[in-house]
Design a binder for this molecule. Structure first.
Ligand code: G3P
Ligand code: MG
Length: 252
């Protein structure tokens, strides 16, 4: 297997649920608990700017509604993406990928960019996000972000525009043909729902030179099981309960 530069513990959407997901504030909270690797969801504005948002639409995490990817970045950048979470975070903006890249590079943090396309825009999103990531991380090869997606065609787009950036296939279940898709897209890792990861799957992945990662592990019993199997990466919301460095990763 190739060298694996990413820390074992990865904070989901910045800091899970302790701060508004996919905001810079969330990354700061994750970092305050010692996390040095982060996962976030990235899609495109109508004018092609990669920015952080999980949902296709705006209503859950901002005062606006409708398809996020239908609005230009200038409009999205003015939205409050923090007040929905708690008063302390009111006014927190939706971050562009550029803003998060600067934060991660400055702190030497690793990033897993989940390409989360607006439906219908999968390949283009993969292409543009990878192109922008390659530009933002140029000259910082050791910190190159891991690009992942549930959508194979988004990974294909990413490979077209930035073949040098590592890719991972995300799997909620082991659908027919997943292994060939991971190999066809020259993925370096597969990231599954933690419930489907077991010793046989890790052996299959490691045997093919791929790393095995899981999302979203929030219970100690699940973390213990996966650590015993020598999992390569764990994405978690529970940044206040799993210590990212040393031992089994549990906070006292
Ligand atoms: O990247 C893994 C995980 O984030 C996938 O699920 O829905 O939280 O983006 P979701
Ligand atoms: Mg995600």
């Amino acid at each position: 297997m190739k060298d694996w530069p990413y820390p074992l513990w990865i904070a989901h959407r910045g800091a899970g649920k302790l701060a508004p997901e996919n905001t810079l504030a969330a990354f700061r909270v994750g970092a305050s608990f010692g996390y040095r690797a982060f996962e976030c969801d990235v899609k495109l504005s109508a004018d092609g700017v990669p920015f952080l948002l999980h949902d296709d639409t705006l209503e859950r995490t901002t005062p606006a509604s409708g398809t996020a990817g239908a609005r230009p970045w200038a409009e999205l950048a003015r939205l409050d993406a923090g007040a929905w979470h708690s008063r302390a975070y009111a006014g927190e903006p939706l971050p562009s990928l550029g803003r998060i890249a600067r934060y991660c590079l400055h702190n030497a943090f690793a990033l897993n960019i989940e390409i989360k396309p607006t439906p219908g825009d999968e390949e283009n999103t993969g292409r543009v996000v990878a192109q922008e990531a390659a530009r933002l991380w140029a000259g910082h090869r050791a910190l190159a972000p891991l690009l992942s997606s549930f959508r194979p065609i988004a990974l294909t787009g990413a490979r077209q525009s930035a073949p040098q950036l590592p890719r991972a296939l995300l799997l909620d279940n082991l659908w027919s043909g997943w292994f060939e898709v991971a190999q066809d897209n020259a993925c370096v890792a597969v990231i599954t729902n933690h419930r489907v990861m077991d010793a046989a799957l890790i052996a299959q992945l490691h045997g093919a030179g791929l790393r095995a990662l899981v999302y979203t592990v929030n219970e100690a019993v699940d973390a213990q099981r996966l650590l015993a199997l020598h999992i390569d990466g764990i994405i978690t919301d529970a940044v206040d309960r799993f210590a990212p460095a040393g031992g089994l990763g549990f906070m006292a």
